[in-house]
Design a binder for this molecule. Sequence first.
Ligand SMILES: [Zn+2]
Length: 160
Amino acid sequence: MQIAPFLFGATVPPAKNARGSTAAQLLRHQCARSTAMTNPPERLPSPFATGLACRCPRCGEGPLFSGFLKVVSRCESCGLDLTWAAQTEGPAVFIILIVGFVIVGAAAIVEGLFHPPPFVHLLLWLPSVVILALALMRPLKATMVALQFHNRAGEGRLDG
Ligand SMILES: [Zn+2]
């Protein structure tokens, strides 16, 4: 048999949601997050530093990727919404240009110096292209996301 707790001065525990958070905790969390969203820090970290480190463009702390190239929807550290960055495909162009420049240049130098048979070129440059392209994907994509964030870049739209 349960006796009404208010008769004995007992405090009623606050109602909790499915994750065990009270309404007050949720409100505090929401307020802190919205303040962080509307008041960016005075100095943002360099987009190139956060890009090379594959970190959040605003705080430089939270990881940017949840998979090899999958961008997280929200920064673990500062709560920045990163859903807009999911479709960033611009780095492919830069990777093609950079890898093409490096590999063609290296192949020309090797050919000029050593005149190797064609299969040596094949053995040298095919894996090099794959390795270099894969190595550049994450830092270039992260840098592009950071530059978009810093410059507030977005798709063009018509006002009015
Ligand atoms: Zn962050």
